[in-house]
Design a protein. Sequence first.
Length: 197
Amino acid sequence: MKFSGVYKKFILLQHFFGTVGWKSKYDVAFKGLAEGLHDFEFQIDDSFFEHFEESLADRGEVAINVTLEKRSAFLKLHFHIKGWLELTCDRCLDNYRQKVKLKTEMFVKFGETEFEEGENVIWILPEEPYLNLAQLIYEYTMLSIPLRHIHPKNKNGGRDCNKEMLNKLKNYMHTEGGAEPPVDPRWDALKKLGNNN
C-alpha cells in the first residue's frame, strides 16, 4: 500500500499534536483572572508518566490541588500533592504502592530576561496568557518520593517485603565481625612507606 505525501504529513501532524496536546490539560490561563485566589485541580495517572523518560515511577494515581494567588506583579502557586506511586522496593525488589504527599509553593514573575532568585521562582514573558504546569507537577511528584524505597509498615509493625528474596540476599551478604579475608602483605609494606612521610 502506497501513501501519498499529504497523507504522510497528516500522520506526522497528528502525532505531533497528539504528543503536544496531552500537556494542554495542565494549562492554567491566568490572563483574565481577577487578583486573588483561584483553585485548580489536576489528576495524574499511568498515562501521565509515559511522557517522561526514565521516570522513578511508571504507575500511580495522584491528585494535585493548585491554588493560584494572582497579584499585579507576580503569581504565587501553592501545590498540594497527595496520592500513591508504584515503586520498586530497595530491600526485596518487589513493586509496592508508596503513599506520597507534598506541600510547596512557586513564584511566577514576569520579565523579558531571567534573574537568579532561587529555586522557587520561574520567569515568563509578560505577554504569556497561560502557564503550563505539567513539568512542575511531574518534578514535585518525584520530589514527594522518600529517599528510601521500602514497603510501608503493616498493621503488625513489620514490612511486607518478599521473604524469599530477603533470604536469598542474606546468603550473599558480607557480615561484620565475621572472618575477614587475609590482607595481602604487599599492602602492609605500602602502608609503612606512607607512614614514614
